[in-house]
Design a protein around this ligand. Structure first.
Ligand SMILES: [Zn+2]
Length: 234
């Protein structure tokens, strides 16, 4: 586990899909759950840090893709945490519906090839306990974590924002591999909408970006602004 700022950490060695840990006086919150293989790794890293599984009170989900919710069934079973997500993402997280994919004919050639040769796996479903919407504030988390709807990569894609600390948990509205980039086109059903969501998070002027994929970035606001204007310019 690696500290990003006081109270906020990220787990190591999850292969794909970053998972964050937030410490509060009443217990822990996770943001996203990684691949299925992430669950035992998260639990063992928590144990090394002196925590019991039951210290995890909440798991916040950005969106229902397999690399963000694969570890959720095992983490829910081990921790009993409340699963929090957008209601729009609920059918994907609960595996009642396959994740939305873009129409193949709308994709650029390389993305079309990727979409034709690879279908993302569908993670096992986990019931959502609490739905959140744009503007909601999770008062128990990090002194007030704001729910920001950032649809496009997934219809109910959600980012989480703490304005006083200037820290944003982006999910996949932006990736950093190793430079800032848009989400993978083949797995983004509405890229135009996702680009609008990118402008929305750039307007927040976050100081710290905690990506769903990539290394967390400090002093990020000028780089995010530059990337967002490059994207807006097409
Ligand atoms: Zn995704």
């Amino acid at each position: 586990m690696k500290q990003i700022i006081p109270q906020v950490f990220t787990f190591a060695n999850l292969l794909m899909g970053r998972v964050y840990l937030i410490e509060d006086s009443d217990g822990l919150s996770l943001i996203d759950a990684g691949l299925a293989l992430a669950a035992p790794r998260i639990l063992s890293q928590l144990s090394s840090a002196g925590y019991a599984p039951s210290d995890v009170k909440r798991i916040l989900i950005t969106h229902g893709h397999f690399d963000h919710i694969g570890g959720l069934p095992a983490l829910k079973a081990a921790t009993g945490a409340q699963i929090i997500a957008s209601g729009i993402e609920r059918p994907y997280i609960e595996a009642k519906q396959a994740p939305a994919l873009p129409p193949k004919e709308a994709l650029p050639p390389m993305a079309r090839l990727m979409a034709a040769t690879y279908t993302p796996p569908i993670a096992k479903g986990t019931p959502v306990d609490r739905e959140v919407n744009e503007g909601d504030i999770l008062h128990d988390v990090l002194g007030g974590l704001h729910v920001v709807a950032t649809p496009g990569h997934s219809p109910g894609h959600t980012s989480y924002w703490q304005p006083q600390l200037g820290i944003l948990f982006t999910g996949d509205v932006i990736m950093c591999l190793p430079n800032m980039r848009l989400p993978i086109a083949a797995f983004t059903p509405d890229m135009a909408q996702s680009k609008r969501s990118l402008q929305k998070i750039a307007n927040l002027k976050p100081n710290i970006l905690c990506f769903g994929h990539g290394v967390p970035m400090h002093n990020a606001s000028p780089r995010l602004a530059a990337f967002a204007s490059k994207v807006a310019a097409g």
